[in-house]
Design a protein around this ligand. Structure first.
Ligand SMILES: Nc1ncnc2c1ncn2[C@@H]1O[C@H](COP(=O)(O)OP(=O)(O)OP(=O)(O)O)[C@@H](O)[C@H]1O
Length: 258
């Protein structure tokens, strides 16, 4: 079997007396969509934050392409090629689509105009943004200078995903990307996720939506009480199995045998 691209072992994170991560393990393989499911408070977000640099674990190890990494902040994870689309999308509504694609990593003009006067290379940024959106079939968004606040929820999600796909060279993490969307918009976002996968980027998808998870995931990581309980193949398990594992109503077979 191929080696995982991203691995975590024995992650521990405590908030006072609350143990959000209790020796959690995680494995993501190249090119796959790995869904992460679990009850409220199971520690999914904390695990994803540890992997994406938003939380520094108290214990444990994270390895990217077999090498140990220690991210002190999200920027360090981004520089290593891990992009996260958070639930709140982290977009600036008043800014344009192109500006949002580049938030915090704007391109400066070449030469003295950029270096000394910090002038932005708008034409290059707009071309890049347009190219990325059209690559992902998001060119229903006509005007790259349009403010993000004028877009629909699904289109905003599209911008956030396109941004992640544009800059995430190794791994894309999505936290509940369809939670706030209607049926049609969810459909588009799921297609977008499959499209990003077809470009070879592995995706971690945190979701409470079982039909969405079972439609797109190659494997499902079930998180319970701060750690990975099991990983299941959606072709071999039903949605009710998954929910039963998540809630503790049923134990996975390999654990029953143990
Ligand atoms: N910043 C924090 N301060 C204190 N406690 C926290 C913090 N973040 C998370 N926790 C606690 O850690 C536990 C795990 O939370 P986490 O958000 O990781 O779970 P989750 O599985 O993502 O839940 P949900 O599905 O509800 O988003 C919870 O008990 C939560 O209250």
């Amino acid at each position: 079997m191929t080696e995982p691209i991203l691995t975590a072992r024995n992650l521990v994170k405590r908030y006072g007396r609350v143990v959000a991560l209790d020796h959690a393990d995680f494995d993501l393989y190249p090119g796959e969509i790995l869904a992460v499911i679990g009850d409220n408070g199971a520690g999914k977000s904390t695990m994803i934050k540890a992997i994406s640099g938003a939380v520094v674990p108290d214990e444990g190890e994270i390895m990217l392409e077999g090498k140990p990494v220690l991210f002190s902040n999200p920027m360090e994870a981004q520089q290593a090629g891990i992009e996260t689309v958070y639930q709140n999308l982290a977009l600036s509504p008043a800014l344009s689509i192109a500006d949002n694609m580049f938030l915090g990593r704007e391109w400066r003009k070449p030469g003295i105009a950029g270096r000394l006067f910090r002038q932005l290379d708008r034409p290059a940024m707009e071309k890049f943004a347009r190219d990325k959106l059209s690559e992902l079939g998001l060119l229903t968004i006509q005007n790259i200078g349009q403010a993000v606040e004028t877009l629909s929820g699904g289109q905003r999600q599209g911008v956030a995903v396109a941004r992640a796909a544009a800059f995430g060279s190794k791994v894309i993490i999505m936290d509940e990307p369809t939670a706030a969307l209607g049926v049609k918009e969810s459909r588009r976002v799921l297609d977008l996720i499959l499209d990003v996968k077809s470009r070879g980027l592995p995706i971690v998808l945190i979701s409470h939506n079982m039909p969405h998870v079972f439609e797109v995931a190659d494997r499902i990581h079930v998180h319970r009480l701060g750690r990975r309980l099991c990983v299941i193949d959606p072709k071999e398990h039903s949605m009710s199995d998954a929910v039963a594992y998540m809630t503790g109503a049923k134990m996975p077979e390999q654990m029953e045998a143990a």
